[in-house]
Design a protein around this ligand. Structure first.
Ligand code: S3P
Length: 428
């Protein structure tokens, strides 16, 4: 249980957040598949990234820590060997889906499983394209749910038109495609985050992007390199919202990844009236990185349409809190994918915002939230969802008498130091 005290003044200070979870997964994956030693700097200690590290250890890759640096001794695709046990992906959808793409091309049998939340999340979306490429994948609980058993090898390239904008689906297909005979094209309805494309190129793969289509030739080898993982915008988002929503706040978050395919939260906060500025914008390993400065102002509600979904997908719990603190109504639509995250985030955020006294209409693909500035104190549930827990903690700062959150341990999935950093900027 975690108690969050109401704060009666603005937030001030400066902080850095752990390495980007999405980029971290890919750094470990590509480093493990490349030939030679790759060093990964600033990999998050969060449970999700560590699941991917352990998965590749289970697949026979030598990975060691040298101080803060992760050193991966890659031996190419053939360096992977059949695992002796079921690979436990924990809570991490990215680990399970991207690994499925890797294992679809390997000539052995492997099994992937996860926790109760991951066992409820849709895997058919990767099973379909990977099966078309020639992998045999069985969902042991039926209904396209984990555990998965994968018999890989002998893949052929396909032209896949994905029904959903999902970086995990796209990435699973691309990782299989790199091992397949012939060329693969993946098209998606909206461009999802492109970290896999950027990382594949950095490790020497040839990959072409044209509009919403990515094409990749098969049988490609990867060469080792060093990767510096930027700070995670999805973690920074909770602090951006906290500062944006409390007038007079003034906060710097340094060294954050601001890849435009991920930065919807910044556009949304600006449209709500917050001042968010980039400083020292630079490129590291193909990824845009900046220092972010945010000044809190009275926020205004807004309409957030389907065009924002792909670039804001993980930030909706934080956006819901910004909406609750704003003046006027916010509507979110076209965001049904939120129902398939670590929890059903439309249902969980609706329920918890109502406990804070906010009028919320739950819709199949979104929500209508009536902002009310000050919130009511309440006892809240995180549903074991790290981003729900962190969003509710931010809400608690503006709730009369603060809030209590039942299970706060789940923040360790992506951001174990969240509460101590939050305390830091509240007390600074
Ligand atoms: C991720 C893609 C997104 C996102 C998830 C991480 C990734 O999922 O929600 O947290 O690293 O590729 P979808 O691909 O399901 O949209």
């Amino acid at each position: 249980m975690r108690r969050i005290r109401e704060i009666k003044r603005s937030l001030r200070g400066e902080l850095t957040v752990p390495g980007d979870k999405s980029i971290g997964h890919r750094a470990v994956i590509f480093g493990s598949l490349a030939s030679g030693e790759s060093r990964i700097f600033n990999l998050s200690e969060g449970e999700d990234n560590q699941r991917t590290v352990q998965a590749f250890r289970d697949l026979g890759v030598k990975i060691r820590k040298e101080g803060e640096t992760l050193c991966i001794d890659g031996k190419g695709w053939e360096g992977l060997s059949g695992p002796r046990k079921v690979i436990d992906c924990g809570n991490s959808g990215t680990t399970m889906r991207l690994l499925s793409g890797v294992l679809a091309g390997r000539p052995f049998i492997s099994a992937l499983d996860g926790d109760a939340s991951l066992r409820q999340r849709p895997m058919q979306r990767v099973i379909d394209p990977l099966s078309r490429m020639g992998a045999e994948i069985a969902a042991r609980n039926g209904n396209g749910l984990a555990p998965l058993e994968i018999r890989g090898g002998n893949l052929r390239g396909i032209h896949y038109i994905s029904p959903i904008a999902s970086a995990q689906v796209k990435s699973a297909v691309l990782l299989a495609a790199l091992q397949a005979a012939g060329t693969t094209v993946v098209e998606e309805p909206q461009r999802s985050r492109n970290h896999t494309e950027i990382m594949a190129k950095a490790f020497g793969a040839k990959i072409a992007v044209e509009g919403r289509a990515v094409s990749v030739a098969g049988c490609q080898r990867l060469s080792a390199r060093d990767v510096h993982v930027p700070g995670d915008l999805s973690s920074a988002a909770f602090f951006l919202v906290a500062a944006a929503g409390i007038a007079g706040s003034d906060l710097f978050v340094r060294d954050v990844g601001v890849n435009p395919s991920r930065s919807g939260i910044i556009e949304i906060l600006r449209r709500m009236g917050a001042a968010v500025e980039f400083f020292n914008l630079r490129e590291e390993g193909g990824e845009a990185v900046a220092d972010l400065h945010v000044i809190g102002r009275r926020l205004r509600g807004l309409e957030i349409g389907p065009e924002m979904v792909a670039q804001t997908i993980d930030e909706y719990p934080a956006v819901c809190v910004a909406a609750a603190l704003a003046e006027g109504v916010t509507t979110i639509c076209g965001a049904k994918e939120l129902r398939y995250k670590e929890s059903d985030r439309i249902a969980t955020m609706t329920r918890e915002l109502r406990k804070l006294g906010v009028n919320v209409e739950e819709r199949e693909d979104g929500m209508k939230i009536e902002g009310r500035g000050r919130l009511q104190g309440a006892q809240l549930l995180s549903y074991g969802d790290h981003r729900v827990a962190m969003a509710l903690a931010v809400a608690g700062l503006s709730a009369d008498g603060g809030v209590e959150i039942d299970d706060d341990g789940c923040v360790g999935i992506s951001f174990a130091s969240f509460f101590s950093l939050l305390e830091g900027i509240c007390g600074a």
